[in-house]
Design a protein around this ligand. Structure first.
Ligand code: MFK
Length: 629
């Protein structure tokens, strides 16, 4: 049968392509199809004779191999990052540090990041003799990331404050170029930074003074990472009613924690901040948020090598972020110290949430930037339809749209870092403080969604290769998907926006309007930016009107509008930042072009949706009817 098939093939297509190759030579492609009477030696001889003619055979798989995209120095390749720093932090030390680090990332560290993905952590529950050990085994690359993070000061820079109010911008710029190469080490660093911030903000209590020194150390042997154990089985969003962990007071003033933490990221950390309900003398606890206190716990082992007060139940099987151990933990008498006043747990851990949400935003924009860098490099290497991708205007239009999204997101994130730096240097005005509170959830939720969209688009620009696991590209999309989920989902953060508006009696919005207007005022005389200024100015007026109207509506109306409101706040603010950056005396025409393009979109989505009645009381039942039809 196969001989017959081979004859047909030979007589048909093969002989058309290679007329000098005889039919019997084609037959020897399959052993079973060899002509009767042909010896093995004859076959080998025929193979060799044919080798010059057969471009596809066991020995040859065709001469064409596509060049892969190459990661170049992510600092030197990033025009906007360099421009932003030249404008605000023109320090030679910062440029040379980022430049050298960028070189190392491209040449060495990026491979470690890949290794973290290929060798994910695993949990060893028992030693060979049956003793419970609960070892989370991580790759060598993951361990190297810890050393690197300490040496490079990826947390420390924010606390050394060598560049005053710009220290956070410097630190986050470094994390921004590092994050996509970090094999998700960016996550433990986020929580480590958040824990250091909490400990510092409550005045370095003696019980964790040593920990603070370690979290912010540049010495690898001293450096510690921290976890942030908030999520329990009843949910990660409604922490107030979902937390069941109890803290049993001990005679020495410390506590022992008993509970089940359902989602603990980077579980190989040295310590953690966590929430629990302190028991009173009768063993009773207070329900809800008001019963939660903040605790500090070290992760340690006893003399038998057992984890003190912790059992690692299992590691999570996640869509992405597989490089990082995420576990379910049974806390069974974990020694801990209360850091907050009783019942002030959520308010006290809020500083950690602010920091991790900023890190989340940094990672989101870093992922966007990385995929754009790789896609634009690839476009110089990949030929289709007779020319390089970079010479196809439609392809470049797509890349340019990704670039505009990335630029808007980048400036939003850097604005947060600028505000954080001002607050931590004691320079923040009331307006700065309000802006930081409002923009933290807005930027986190917006960039999380953008990252998924931009990275997904980016994968498409590699064609089928963007879908192939061992290119390392699909992992970028999987990892991005978490950015809109952890640290507060899009809807939970939209409600946080409403919460901070209400708690500040609208002052956060007042600060927002004031600041955007001042950014636009600086651009009023720049004619090339007029369409963008008009668009942002118009959208801002619409938003102000919306806020007036919405204030008189009930909470249900506001809740339905909250997500679109947050998107509008993000788009308008990013537009103003792009305009402002394009007005800088050393800005390039590309900065102007990016601002114009950004401002072409619907900047005030909430008004567009309001006009179509999306938030009216009649809409919710219609939505529900549609969903459950
Ligand atoms: C690459 C980097 C990535 C980093 C990854 C880290 C991985 C870690 C994985 C995780 O741990 S994911 C779990 C993250 N969980 C969340 O983000 C929780 C999401 N839920 C919320 O944010 C809820 O809105 C919240 C739990 C805060 C609501 O709780 P409550 O108890 O209903 O809050 P309430 O009563 O409104 O506020 C209590 C206090 O906290 C108030 O202070 P006062 O009592 O002094 O007035 C609030 O003002 C304050 N507060 C709440 N949210 C705040 C805040 N303060 C500042 N900023 C905030 N965001």
């Amino acid at each position: 049968m196969s001989a017959l098939l081979n004859r047909r093939v030979a007589a048909g297509c093969c002989c058309r392509l290679w007329p000098t190759v005889s039919q019997s030579l084609v037959h020897i492609r399959t052993q079973s199809a060899a002509e009767p009477g042909t010896t093995k030696a004859d076959e080998e001889h025929l193979w060799e004779a044919a080798a010059g003619y057969l471009p596809f055979s066991r020995a040859r798989i065709g001469p064409f191999f596509q060049d892969q995209p190459v990661l170049k120095n992510p600092f030197l390749e990033d025009a906007l990052l360099k421009g932003y720093l030249r404008r605000h932090l023109p320090e030679e030390a910062v440029f040379s540090d980022l430049s050298a680090f960028g070189e190392r990332l491209a040449k060495e560290v990026d491979t470690w990041g890949r290794e973290c993905e290929v060798n994910p952590p695993r949990l060893v529950h028992f030693d060979p003799w049956g003793r419970r050990v609960d070892h989370i085994v991580t790759s060598e690359a993951w361990k190297r990331m810890k050393d690197l993070s300490a040496r490079e000061g990826l947390v420390a820079i924010g606390y050394e404050k060598l560049f005053g109010e710009w220290s956070r911008v410097y630190q986050m710029s470094k994390l921004y170029i590092y994050s996509p190469s970090s094999g998700l080490y960016s996550c433990p660093l986020a929580m480590t930074d958040g824990a250091a911030k909490v400990i510092q903000s409550i005045g370095l209590p003696p019980v964790c003074e040593e920990a603070f020194g370690r979290l912010t150390s540049r010495q690898p042997e001293r450096f510690w990472t921290s976890g942030q154990w908030m999520t329990e089985r009843q949910g990660g969003s409604d922490v107030g009613s979902g937390t069941e962990t109890v803290a049993v007071p001990q005679t020495d003033g410390s506590y022992k924690l008993h509970g089940f933490k359902w989602f603990t990221s980077a579980t190989d950390a040295n310590m953690s901040l966590t929430l629990a309900r302190a028991q009173d003398s009768r063993g009773a606890t207070t329900p809800g948020s008001k019963g939660l206190s903040l605790f500090y716990a070290e992760v340690s082992r006893d003399e038998d090598g057992l984890l003190r007060g912790i059992e690692v139940q299992r590691l999570k099987e996640k869509l992405g972020t597989r490089q990082m151990p995420t576990a379910e933990l049974l806390l069974d008498g974990l020694p801990a110290h209360r850091l907050s006043e009783e019942g002030r747990g959520v308010a006290s851990i809020a500083n950690m949430l602010t920091i991790t949400r900023i890190h989340n935003s940094v990672s989101a924009v870093a992922g966007m930037r990385r995929v754009v860098l790789l896609a634009r490099d690839y476009a110089t290497r990949r030929t289709v339809f007779g020319k390089l991708l970079k010479d196809h205007p439609l392809h470049v239009q797509t890349l340019a749209r990704m670039e505009v999204e990335t630029r808007g997101a980048f400036l939003l994130v850097m604005e947060l870092c600028r505000l954080l730096g001002r607050e931590e240097s004691g320079l923040a005005s009331q307006l700065d403080a309000h802006l930081l509170r409002l923009l933290t959830p807005v930027v986190k939720l917006y960039t999380g969604k953008q990252a998924v969209a931009v990275i997904s688009e980016g994968l498409e620009s590699f064609g089928g290769q963007g879908y192939i696991e061992d290119t390392g590209l699909p992992g970028m999309l999987r990892d991005a998907q978490v950015l809109s989920i952890w640290e507060g989902t899009t809807n939970v953060l939209s409600l946080d926006v409403l919460r901070c508006v209400a708690r500040s009696s609208g002052m956060v919005l007042h600060a927002y309007f004031t600041h955007v207007k001042s950014l636009l005022a600086g651009a009023s005389s720049v004619s090339s930016l007029t369409p963008a200024v008009k668009a942002v100015g118009g959208a801002l007026s619409e938003l102000e009107e919306f806020v007036q109207v919405a204030a008189s509506k009930g909470p249900n109306y506001l809740e339905l509008a909250s997500r679109d409101l947050a998107y509008s706040l993000a788009r308008i603010y990013a537009g103003a930042l792009l305009i402002d950056h394009a007005c800088w005396k050393e800005a390039s025409p590309h900065d102007t072009y990016a601002a114009l393009r950004w401002c072409e979109q619907d900047l005030c989505l909430v008004v567009t949706k309001q006009k179509s009645g999306c938030y009216e009381s009649s809409t919710a039942p219609l939505d529900s009817g549609l969903v459950y039809e």
